[in-house]
Structure formats: structure tokens, C-alpha cells
Design a protein around this ligand. Structure first.
Ligand code: KG4
Ligand code: ZN
Length: 349
């Protein structure tokens, strides 16, 4: 079967066609076309995603991406080129989500094919198995734990079995990626700030200079699995105000200490959850999972604590938003066809 998937939850417009062959118990996936249009440049001037602009851009780009996708596969728009549509219904920016949903509904009527709504966060969980090509999903051991870290979310989710999720902790305020983006702005770095802060901090790690800059590790030792990154961001702001004008060396030191703080807190709680819930597989996903330091420290702590678990990260290109992960969830949720899909900005596990 061929699945067309649509992703418009934030600032990436994505359309993918996934072909599924093989048997029910041993499906083989192949991404036949994957078109992604990033609006980063448009939002960069505002230092973050501007919802009304995101909506306008999705509306403009969806038909263009569809055309490109069908053309690549020599499929005709007038005939029924696919068997099913999967569309992100939440969480995300509602005006942006609606553009994808309305587009999916129009195509569904035109081609007489069903539409399946997809939870974007489940997409990130499955993104660790996805490839922009041919792939199978390997057997993993349960229970698994998913650390989901993105621009809008930071949560720890227990995966008892496929499609059986239970959120055990989340951020009380800002998401970790959001904190990276806000600190980047304070350091006059462009949006999205995560990779920029990370690059700067890597310079600091090379120099190995002794820094006097220290930042808090918010909620690191709290008894639950919740996080808080808003106070950390404010600490950076006060620190910058106190220092006055920032030279390059101080910027590097702030970036490094900030990254250390986020990584310390995320790692500490993840290790605690692995131990308490006797986790056998760790899935780290979402935009911040591309952070090299997070990957390095998590693996180091897993080793130090003698935890015998498998650790899965997505391919770097699939760590941020894409439509491949949406098509994969669409396949597993294919029985959940809906005609009255609504955008749900706060959709949760
Ligand atoms: O998953 P994603 O593409 O979008 C959401 O669903 O939010 O994540 C984007 C977030 C941004 O906040 C970005 O700054 C962050 O992921 N990010 C990173 C890195 N690469 C992307 N944060 C830290 N280090 C990185 N290398
Ligand atoms: Zn995302």
C-alpha cells in the first residue's frame, strides 16, 4: 500500500509517499518520495516561529510539494495515486495544523481514500527507525522509555508495548529546545538556536578553559520526572545583564554551561526512570536529540551505571520535523480512519 503523509505542525511543510510491502508481521517500508520545505529563513527574522506566517506558508507550499512528489513518481493527480493519507493532527500550532488537515480532507474526497490522524510526538518516537529509503522495523525489547526533546516538548514517556504509551514526566514551562532557542537569542545567535548554541559550546569544550560561570540545574533532584527550563533561561538573562557587554569568550562559556545544565538535568532524570521502570530500550527523539553532548553524556552515564539497554537515536536528518515519521505512524494506526479530524494543539499521550 502507498501512504501519502502530510506534516504541518510547526515551521516545516512535509509531504512523503511511503510504500509498504511484505507481510502484516514483517512489513517492508520504502520512502518513494520525501519533500520538505523549511520555513526557517522566514521565521528567523522574528527569532521564533510566527504562527500566522507559518499558516500562510503551508497553504502556499502544500500544493507545490504535492505536485513535486507525484511528478517524481510519475503518478497522476487525476487518478487515485495512493491508498491512504496520514496527517498530523497535533500537537503543534493549531493554525498550521489546520492547513494540513484541510489539504488532507480535500485530497481524500478527490481520490476517495481514507485519512488517518497522527500524533506528531508518536511520529518522533518512531523516527528512530525511519530511513529516507528502504527499511524494516527491528524487534526491540520492552518496556522502552522515550525521552522526547523538541522545540515544543520535553517529556519522558513509558512505552510498554507498541502503541501503548504513558507519560511519566514533562516540562512545567519551557521545552528544552525552546530554552536553547531563547538563550541563542540572548547571545545574538540566529534561529533555530539549538545547533548554534551547541556549536559555540563545542568551541568551549575544545579550549578547556576554566570558567567561573555557573548556572543552576533546575529540578534535577525533584522526586518526579518533570522538568523546568524557564528559570534557567532567566538565570542566563540575569547573568548577561550583570556582565554587561559580552565578549566572544564569555559567550562561549555561557553557551557551554547552559548546554551542560540542560544535558545534566535530562540525563539525570532519564537514568533514574530507566532504573525505576527496568527499561530495556531507550528512544531519544525530537530536534534536541541531534545534540552531540546529550548523546555523549547519556551514553556515558548508561555505561557508568552499568545499564544493559539498547539506545536509539534518529538519523540526524530525521531528528527534526519531517513527514516520513508521520507516514510510519499512519501505517501502524491505519485502522483509525476518521472523517471529522480536528486540529488539537495540545494533543498528548
Ligand atoms: O522536533 P523539532 O524539529 O520541532 C518541534 O517539534 O518542536 O525541534 C526543533 C528544536 C528547536 O528548538 C532547535 O533549536 C532544537 O530542536 N535543536 C537543537 C539541536 N538541533 C535542533 N537543540 C540543541 N542542540 C542541537 N544540536
Ligand atoms: Zn517535532
Amino acid at each position: 500500500m502507498k501512504i501519502l503523509s502530510i506534516e504541518t505542525s510547526c515551521d516545516e511543510t512535509g509531504i512523503t509517499i511511503l510504500n509498504v510491502t511484505g507481510s502484516e508481521n514483517n512489513p517492508v517500508f520504502e520512502v518513494l518520495a520525501n519533500n520538505l520545505y523549511s520555513q526557517i529563513k522566514i521565521h528567523a527574522q522574528y527569532g521564533g516561529v510566527y504562527p500566522a506566517l507559518a499558516k500562510r506558508e503551508h497553504i502556499k507550499n502544500l500544493p507545490i510539494l504535492l505536485e513535486k512528489t507525484l511528478k517524481k513518481l510519475k503518478l497522476e493527480k487525476s487518478k487515485k495515486p495512493i491508498d491512504m493519507i496520514a496527517v498530523t493532527s497535533g500537537p503543534g500550532l493549531e493554525p498550521a495544523l489546520w492547513t494540513g488537515i484541510v489539504f488532507a480532507k480535500e485530497l481524500s474526497k478527490k481520490w476517495n481514500v481514507p485519512v488517518v490522524p497522527v500524533n506528531h510526538m508518536e511520529g518522533h518516537v518512531l523516527s528512530v527507525f525511519a530511513k529516507n529509503g528502504k527499511f524494516k522495523i527491528p524487534k526491540i525489547k520492552f518496556p522502552a522509555l522515550s525521552l522526547l526533546v523538541s522545540g515544543g516538548h520535553t517529556e519522558l514517556v513509558l512505552v510498554k508495548d507498541w502503541m501503548k504509551y504513558k507519560k511519566i514526566g514533562e516540562t512545567c514551562d519551557d521545552a528544552s529546545g525552546e530554552a536553547f532557542d531563547k538563550v541563542a537569542r540572548m547571545l545574538s545567535l540566529p534561529y533555530p538556536g539549538g545547533p548554534q548554541v551547541s556549536k559555540l559550546s563545542a568551541l568551549g569544550r575544545k579550549i578547556k578553559s576554566i570558567s567561573e560561570i555557573t548556572l543552576p540545574r533546575p529540578m534535577m533532584y525533584s522526586k518526579n520526572y518533570d522538568f523546568s527550563f524557564s528559570g534557567l533561561k532567566t538565570s542566563v538573562l540575569y547573568l548577561i545583564q550583570k556582565i554587561g557587554s559580552l565578549d566572544e569568550k564569555t559567550k562561549i562559556e555561557i553557551a557551554r554551561e547552559f548546554e551542560d545544565s540542560v544535558v545534566d538535568v535530562l540525563t539525570h532524570k532519564t537514568i533514574k526512570a530507566i532504573q525505576e521502570h527496568k527499561i530495556k530500550t531507550l528512544i531519544v527523539a525530537g530536534g534536541v536529540s541531534a545534540n552531540t553532548q546529550l548523546k555523549k553524556i547519556l551514553k556515558k552515564k548508561i555505561k557508568e551505571n552499568n545499564l544493559k539497554i539498547e539506545v536509539l537515536f534518529p538519523n540526524k536528518k530525521l531528528s527534526t520535523d519531517n513527514a516520513i515519521m508521520i507516514s510510519l505512524v499512519g501505517y501502524f494506526r491505519r485502522k483509525n480512519k476518521k472523517t471529522n479530524i480536528k486540529a488539537n494543539g495540545g494533543l498528548s499521550f
